[in-house]
Design a binder for this molecule. Structure first.
Ligand code: CTP
Length: 450
């Protein structure tokens, strides 16, 4: 039996790919297709792949031409695969002519003529672009990052920003300022909202009324019922509403969640997540009214691993806060504990208190440790009783996860269903816990008895 092996990204599978696979199959009796992972593609400079690895694998599978599909994840894997599977022929399109001659040492190498006039790149760039506007705190570092990252995403066109005050000098002069929100909405297909959370609801409603899709910084709203209602409103209008928490889109974070769910540390029994930063409060012009409090700024990120690992069905919770501005309900520090039937979790968030920003998930066989700042990590460790079994994992972090978040948002818009890394139930639960903080449910305020 002659085995043939070929590799590719196979993004938005097209006629050129199918012809290549047909001819590759015809070279032998058994065809192995290596589909490149997102990380490997990024490492070799291909950052705009539209479809997820699973979607691309499914597309190759649906051709019925591959006898085996594998994932290409690292440099040098081709040699390992050729040896492991005993491939007789390695083949790719002629755009790679000569590049794989070094494999002749291991098997026959055949370059098949590339089909003219079609490529994934062309398909991606001929697609309609989504015009994106931004709303809210234009001078914030979050806004700046999302603005800069939008330039790296094929199919996204940044239109401008709405803010009540004219943009000041510290803002990029190329950003077009819209003094009126409706005018921005008239020029957009989608908006990214990064305002004070107390204004999210009004901005979301106006956007949905203007048929604009919405990517909104977490928390979506300041109570769970309103959050659910807004999702339903988006559904009824066939629009996408997605919560923005960039950590949810980082590769290391996603792999860490998968490993916990796959039982690598046995049964997960506790999650302890800490997120703090003093930067905001140390600014000269800081005011509780304009700034986001600790529970809104950090609560969603810290709650994310709790709800993604244990679900949203906790049996009890308690919120303890240190409040420094009663009128604005500004907490400089909050700890929330969640009790589940079989597990426990605790988050600590602070904008006026500093602590080690680490994440630890403890399990019956070992624990996972993500060092500070865990919310933008490219690295974590699994640690066991026997340190020799410990494992370290490194992943590339492009744009702190924002780039992947944008891509999910775009895919969702194009496919007409939400492909978010954060489930709707998790988003609603995040808003609901924050709602309880504002309503004073399950809450203790430090110093109240003094
Ligand atoms: N291929 C081909 N003819 C085309 C496009 C691709 O024969 N018109 C072959 C490539 O040479 C490769 C395989 O299909 O062997 C997978 O290619 P891939 O890089 O995934 O597809 P492209 O369309 O070239 O993607 P991009 O535009 O992103 O580079």
């Amino acid at each position: 039996m002659r085995k043939v092996i070929t590799y590719g990204t196979f993004d938005m599978l097209h006629y050129g790919h199918i012809r290549l696979l047909e001819r590759a199959k015809a070279l032998g009796d058994y065809l192995i297709v290596g589909v490149t992972s997102e990380e490997f593609d990024r490492k070799r400079g291909k950052i705009n792949v539209r479809q997820s690895l699973m979607e691309r694998i499914e597309a190759v599978k649906s051709t019925g031409l591959a006898d085996k599909i594998l994932i290409e994840e690292y440099e040098g894997q081709k040699i390992d695969d050729i040896r492991q599977y005993g491939a007789d022929i390695f083949t790719v399109g002629s755009d790679w002519d000569g590049k794989f001659d070094y494999l002749r040492e291991f098997c026959e190498v055949i370059y098949l003529e590339r089909t003219e006039g079609v490529s994934s790149t062309d398909i991606r760039s001929s697609e309609e672009r989504i015009r994106l506007g931004m709303v809210g705190s234009v001078e914030s570092s979050v806004f700046q990052k999302y603005y800069e990252e939008s330039a790296h995403v094929d199919g996204l066109e940044f239109v401008g920003a709405f803010s009540e005050r004219p943009l000041d000098d510290c803002v990029d002069p190329y950003i077009k300022w819209f003094p009126n929100y409706n005018e921005l909405l008239d020029n957009c297909d989608a908006v990214y909202i990064v305002s004070h959370p107390s204004r999210h609801e009004e901005f979301i409603r106006s956007a949905l009324d203007s048929d604009c899709h919405v990517l909104c910084e977490a928390p979506i709203t300041l109570n769970g019922d309103t959050c659910r209602e807004l999702f339903e409103l988006a559904d009824s209008k066939k629009l996408i509403l997605m919560e923005a928490v960039k950590t949810a889109y980082s590769t290391a974070y996603n792999r860490f969640i998968l490993m916990v769910k796959n039982g690598l540390i046995g049964d997960a029994v506790s999650v302890d997540a800490t997120c703090t930063s003093l930067r905001d409060m140390q600014r000269e012009n800081w005011s509780a009214e304009k700034s986001q409090n600790s529970i809104c700024a950090w609560g969603p990120t810290a709650m994310l691993p709790v709800f993604q690992i244990f679900g949203t069905g906790y049996t009890g919770k308690s919120i303890v806060s240190r409040i420094i501005d009663v009128a604005e309900k500004y907490d400089s520090y909050t700890r929330v504990s969640f009790v589940y039937s079989n597990a426990i979790a605790s988050i600590q968030v602070g904008k006026g208190v500093k602590s080690e920003g680490e994440l630890i998930v403890s399990g019956t066989k070992g624990y996972i440790y993500i060092p500070a700042p865990w919310w933008k990590t490219d690295y974590f460790e699994i640690r066991y009783e026997n340190p020799e079994e410990n494992k370290r994992f490194f992943y590339q972090l492009d744009g702190e996860g924002i780039r992947n978040e944008y891509l999910s948002f775009l895919h969702s818009i194009k496919q007409g269903n939400v492909l978010s890394c954060i489930s709707r139930e998790v988003s609603i639960q995040i808003s609901s816990v924050i709602g309880d903080y504002y309503a004073g449910n399950d809450c203790t305020i430090l110093g109240d008895d003094r």
